[in-house]
Design a binder for this molecule. Sequence first.
Ligand code: ADP
Ligand code: MG
Length: 567
Amino acid sequence: ATHEETLGFQTEVKQLLNLMIHSLYSNREIFLRELISNAADACDKLRYAALDNDALYEGDSELRVEIEHDREANTITLRDNGIGMNREDVIANLGTIARSGTAEFLKQMSGEQQKDAKLIGQFGVGFYSGFIVADEVAVRTRKAGTEASEGVEWRSRGEGEFTVADIERETHGTEITLYLKEDAKEFADDYRLQSLVRKYSDHIEVPVRMPKTETAKDDEGNDIEGSEVTTWETVNEATALWARPKSEVSDDEYKAFYKHVAHDFSDPLAWSHNKVEGKLEYTSLLYVPGRAPFDMYERDGARGVKLYVQRVFIMDDAEQFLPLYLRFIKGVLDTRDLSLNVSRELLQQDPQVDKIKGALTKRALDMLTKLSKDSEQYQTFWNTFGSVLKEGPGEDFANREKIAGLLRFASTHNDTATQDQSLANYVERMKEGQQKIYYVVADSFNAAKNSPHLEIFRKKGIEVLLLSDRIDEWLMSHLTEFDGKSFADVAKGELDLGDVEDEAEKKAQEETAKAKEDLVKRVKEALSDGVQEVKVTHRLTDSPACVVLPEHEMGYQMRRIMEAAGQ
Ligand code: ADP
Ligand code: MG
């Protein structure tokens, strides 16, 4: 090896390694899934690159992953003939973490094993998981299409540093050798490795192969020396999971596939697998994750589906196929309607893309509607992604009604902060004569719940939705109707309780207003320019006075957001 240099890991990598080794101990076997997942990704990438340039296969277009072990040396080796890496790639990919939100993530670590294990899983463990079972890892790789002399060897003991050196490497692709820790010897075992491949990597389209050695026997049943023949056996199913008929895919397989696609660690909440033929031809497999990815609130966070065209992987995170408010949905789209040469730029101009986007949006909303039948599961979903879904009515006019049906709110019905009431629940409980759906917006749940504007509603037993998320006022400005009922902010404009009030009450109110004209005049003079108008109100039952905004005025929340934005 020449041109050898020793480099330090980025601080974040050191921290992650440390945490991972300690908190994932009880779930060590996942290292294999992560490494196979990377090898399969590398094969996908080569197939894609070779569309334009067949020569990249270097005469070997049968993509595959191979796993070998050596019981005596205590090693496991994973080999792929995928895209491979050059020196620069190796240093960037296996020495740093280039993900937004990493610092935030590391700050949340608590030192409590179980909690941290969950967090790390959510973040994605990836390549570094090899160090859970190995005290040294060696990577030998060469990027497809480069000279044999451009191979690279990376080595590390997973402490603070790694070495990179130039090597000769005949074949392209990557080979990873794990030098197992004393207490991880169990993994250098045929049976163990096979069952792990089946458990975690059955759904991967690339064949995962393991060697099988057979020795001929003589008449007495003894091995004939020198007769060993090694054949490679494919251990996994090796067909793209989404291309298989639904009836032949088990829940466990769907879950395992999700983990590969979403780089997640935990199970999804729901999935929807569809094959569509006709004007549009596509297969989609969409998932609702069980928890938020680390970068959900980052502007440049990963979103979208994994795009395939006729089974050929094209790109990760194709965000053109789902609206922004469904950015938490993960999955795969495989279509015949796009060209294999499609790029991100071309996607933006292709009219087929919008059609597929419309169809996938519908699929995703239907999947959520189905999930909402299970109130416990749906609550988990809502608590995690509800605030993102609330962007929906503003973004997707056509599906407003459907999205409205999926919304959940806190309400005076049960006066708890949990957002668990649907608009349908509200409408069912509406008073006779009530025409509107009432809501109040405040900075916090408690402020909403204790708003003086609610007094009259509480007295009359009329339910009010209690809104306090940052996005709520914006949401309500785009929701005009549900089930034919309009929405009314209890803090805005004239209070109209519809037919809930009777004539006698109205008359009494008018008389009071007349009797208090003098008082109103004095208050108005005292407040002078601070207010537009002073009125006698029947909104209140206990409080003496409250501030009301004109009907079409921007609400408090919006004002604050605009002010914060410097407008
Ligand atoms: P992720 O797979 O989520 O990107 P990983 O930590 O698993 O993160 O891998 C980091 C990067 O290292 C990959 O994105 C890829 O660029 C590179 N890499 C890892 N394994 C391989 C491999 N077998 N062949 C080519 N590149 C690889
Ligand atoms: Mg990976």
